[in-house]
Design a protein around this ligand. Structure first.
Ligand code: BJW
Length: 284
């Protein structure tokens, strides 16, 4: 898949790109660039302990906890088609199938063998011990970052252990299967319950907060994501060219956007992430 290169841009639902809808604009971009120019390309060794860090994670960080990625050879999209299970149109066309897909994944996540790994734990430690702000943005719908202890955490693609009522909009904790008969605990309406996840063509969650953090961070780290899905795949460009951040990729293999990063380290997350966090905390 070809990679779009769109610094400071974000896509609309049709995949068209325009200036950052979270309040961006050429003027803001220029001001930020000028203010942060001295930081552009600064290495990890130049970070101050009060600097802000934004971390983006994807399915690769949970692979060693026993959860499948999407686009690897043995990934979820090798078994099911996106258009059958991960779009609003699929849910309208065949809600039973979509519920079966997510019910099976929810049960998988609740398997007691699925536990946070050393990479999740290291990021929780970074949030705890780094004096500056650390924001963790995950594309993952599992709860492994939460269980590891991360609290400054945004689940931009939603959460598997929550359900939403399409009728009244209520979002609540959910650990059971959902069916087309399931009634909403808040409004009592049946048939409108869906997993609280973001499908293709839907707006990811908390984008304003994310874009603001990217524009302010001194370090952006992308972990375990193939860099194929926007807007997350464009965060590196936002952080680098708007925020003037140093940008680092930690992934099993080079992602689709590897050339956008100042620095890339390749290997399993459970090895790379604890070592990288150790390196950062040695600066405190
Ligand atoms: C390891 C490892 C180990 C393995 N250690 N690493 C045309 C052009 C550009 C964009 C578009 C376009 N047409 C439409 C769009 C937009 C569309 C999009 O990006 N499409 C592209 C596919 C082209 N995006 C959207 O529709 C999004 N919404 C949107 O854009 O709204 C409009 C808007 C937004 C903002 C501003 C203005 C307007 C919504 C996207 C929703 C994605 N949903 C899913 C499903 C969620 C629920 C579920 O889980 O079922 O999210 S799809 C799936 O992909 C899931 C993931 O979060 C997401 C990203 O996947 P991820 O995490 O990167 O996983 P993989 O498998 O791809 O990669 C894993 C990596 O780990 C690999 O690199 C491995 O090597 C590595 N790895 N083991 C370290 N042990």
């Amino acid at each position: 898949m070809g990679r779009a290169r769109m610094p400071g841009l974000a896509p609309d639902v049709a995949g068209r790109y325009s200036r950052d809808p979270a309040g961006g604009g050429q003027e803001r971009v220029c001001r930020k660039r000028a203010r942060r120019a001295s930081k552009a390309g600064a290495a990890v060794k130049d970070l101050k302990p009060t600097d802000a860090i934004v971390i983006l994670t994807g399915a690769g960080i949970s692979k060693e906890s026993g959860l499948d990625t999407f686009r690897d050879a043995d990934g979820i999209w090798a078994r099911v088609r996106i258009e059958d299970v991960a779009t609003p149109e699929a849910f309208v066309r065949d809600p039973v199938r979509v519920h079966e897909f997510y019910n099976a994944r929810r049960r998988g996540m609740l398997n007691p063998n699925v536990q946070p790994n050393a990479a999740h734990a290291a990021l929780a430690r970074l949030e705890r011990d780094w004096p500056g702000p650390v924001l963790l943005v995950t594309q993952n719908i599992d709860d492994l970052h939460d269980r590891a202890g991360s609290t400054a955490l945004i689940h931009m693609h939603g959460e598997m252990l929550k359900a939403r009522c399409a009728g009244c909009g209520e979002v609540g904790a959910w650990r059971e299967d959902i069916t087309v008969e399931t009634a909403c605990p808040a409004c009592g309406g049946a048939g409108g319950m869906r997993p609280h996840v973001v499908w293709f063509g839907e707006m990811p969650l908390e984008m304003d907060r994310i874009m603001a953090a990217l524009a302010e961070c001194a370090l952006f780290v992308s972990i375990g994501t193939s860099g194929n899905v926007y807007p997350a795949a464009g965060f590196v460009q936002e952080a680098r060219y708007v925020g003037g951040a140093h940008t680092v990729e930690l992934n099993l293999e080079p992602s689709a956007g590897v050339t956008d990063f100042h620095e890339a380290r390749h290997g399993p997350a459970t090895e790379l992430v604890p070592a990288f966090v150790e390196e950062l905390l040695a600066r405190v």
